[in-house]
Structures are given as C-alpha cells and as structure tokens.
Write a protein that binds this ligand. Sequence first.
Ligand SMILES: Cc1cc2nc3c(=O)[nH]c(=O)nc-3n(C[C@H](O)[C@H](O)[C@H](O)COP(=O)(O)O)c2cc1C
Length: 317
Amino acid sequence: MSQNPEIIYQAPLQGFTDFTYRNVFQEVFGGVSKYFIPYLSYLRGKEIKKSLLKEIIPENNKALPAIPQVLFSNTTELFELVSILVDNGYKEINLNLGCPYPMATNRGRGAAWLEKPDDLNETLQQLFVKEFPTKFSVKMRAGMKNNQDFKPVLNILNQMPLEEIIFHPRTASQMYDGKADPSLFAEALSLIKHPLVYNGDIFSVADFQKLKSIFPDQQSWMTGRGLLMDPSLALRLNGMETDTKLKKQKLKEFHDRLVEEYSERLQGSGHFLTKMTQFWSYFCESFENPHKAMKLVKKSGSVLKYNAAVVEIFRNL
Ligand SMILES: Cc1cc2nc3c(=O)[nH]c(=O)nc-3n(C[C@H](O)[C@H](O)[C@H](O)COP(=O)(O)O)c2cc1C
C-alpha cells in the first residue's frame, strides 16, 4: 500500500447495498472507509417504508463505518428524517441532492434541488440554525437538465459548514447515459471550499488510473457499480494484487456468504432468486463471458438449479 492510501467510499445503491450486503462486504473484502446507506425518505404521507428503517438500525450496522442519507423535499421532511437518524446515534448524515429518478425529482427531491438554489439556501440555513448534533455532507450531480446547475449550488454550499461533497459529474436527465465528465469535476474543484469526492464510472483500476492522472492530488473516491461488478476493486485501487484465480475464489466466498444470509433473511425462494439474479447482473462482469453467466442464472428458476448454475459459472466461465 502506498504512503497515502486512496480513500474509497461505497456508493449507496438502493436495492443492492442493503445492510446484509454491506456487512458481508466488510467481512469478506473491506477496503472501504465509509459505507453510504441508501436514502431514507417518506412515502406520500408521513410513512417510512419498514425496509428503509431496517437499514439504519444501529444493530444492522454495528461493524461498519456507515453513513445514512436523507432524500427530502422540504424542511419538515428534512428535520424529521435527520431527527430519526440523530436519535439512532449517527454523527454524520448525507443530504441527497442527486437522485435523478422522476419519482423523486417530480416531488422536489434529489436532483430537483439543483434547479432551485434559493430554496436550497434557505432550507440549509434553517437546517444549520437547528444545531443538530451531527455533521452533514452532500451527494450531488452536476445538474438537473443543465450541466452548469452546480455552479450556483456550490456557491451556496460554500457558505455551509459541510464535512464534504460527493460529486457525480453527470446531469440527472442523463441518468447513466454517456460518461461521467471529469472536466465538470475539475470546474467544481476550482469553485468549492469543502473536500470534494469523485464519483462516477470507476469500474476498473484502469479507469481509476486515468482519473488519477488528471487529478493527481485527489484522494477520495466513491464507487458504486464498480464495486458490485468487482467487490475487490476498493482493495485493488490501493495496490492489492490479485490474480484471476484468487479473485474468483474471493468472489465465490462473497457470493456464498450472501446466499447464506439472504436465504435466512428473505422469505420464499422467489424473493431469494430475484435478489441473487439482481446481483448477478453485476457479478457476471467478473467472468469472461458475462452474457452466458447471466443467461445461466436467469433461466435457473429454482434454488437447486440456481446452485448448479453457480457451480457451472465458477468452474467453466
Ligand atoms: C440501482 C441504483 C441505486 C442507487 N441508489 C442511490 C441512493 O439511494 N442514493 C444515492 O445518493 N445514489 C444512489 N445511486 C447513485 C449511486 O450512488 C452513484 O452515485 C452512481 O451509481 C454513480 O456511481 P458509479 O458510477 O460508481 O456507480 C443509485 C444508483 C443505482 C444504479
């Protein structure tokens, strides 16, 4: 490991990086400094999904440096969600200003904030007046539809006592199309007073090295889908060597621990198979023939056949 290790954060991925996944990840791989919990938010009324509340229970995050996140559309929601997290003992809370899905943005949540800097300013001012006993960080995209939205937003964030800002240089309307644009990150770096974390499209050591050559002084990075495809990526970004055989062995160990935990936690083989198939849409990228791996998993249809498919994939693909 080099003298100044790279600081790697696991991105929150709703539906994937739940507490089971986070704990198994930490047990088998690690190499991650902060695990961001997928957002906590309200349904239409004042209800919060039970599954989201389970995510933030301290017992479910005991062994982890876990940072919860809130998705909110106004001060009422924000204060209430923050209070829940403070009551659960969290000392850092991440504010979601980046969620691109219309289900969120149509209700003024997530990336919608990037188009209303004045409202954001007022909301954050009110937040900091409350002096909640916790630190705050922000996770944002470059813009809602316009990739210049971040400029006035960063101006406002500069006035707030934030821990750090995680910046994904894409607009919300892009969703995941195109590429994360390092030149937008460079512009953000030149404007921001807070530590800035790079997030977006770090899928391999080569991707990372390209970014490191553009930003040699940058030391904190967040990766989401890259860690799903290759959970050893965080360790490898810090120089750990793994040959293909060892990489597969570790992935198998990780997979088997997930199977153990989810088959205990999820009721019914249907839920279990759906969950594991979702993971395979990323795991398959670790194999020479991803398409074939995915096909084998998808057509398995029963736990018995799923187990056989997994043996076949690890043995032959
Ligand atoms: C399925 C999925 C769920 C996501 N859920 C969240 C979330 O709950 N909160 C959040 O801030 N970002 C969420 N994101 C965005 C990721 O955290 C991350 O910013 C994005 O995937 C870009 O990073 P990557 O290229 O390393 O994956 C989600 C992304 C995906 C693909």
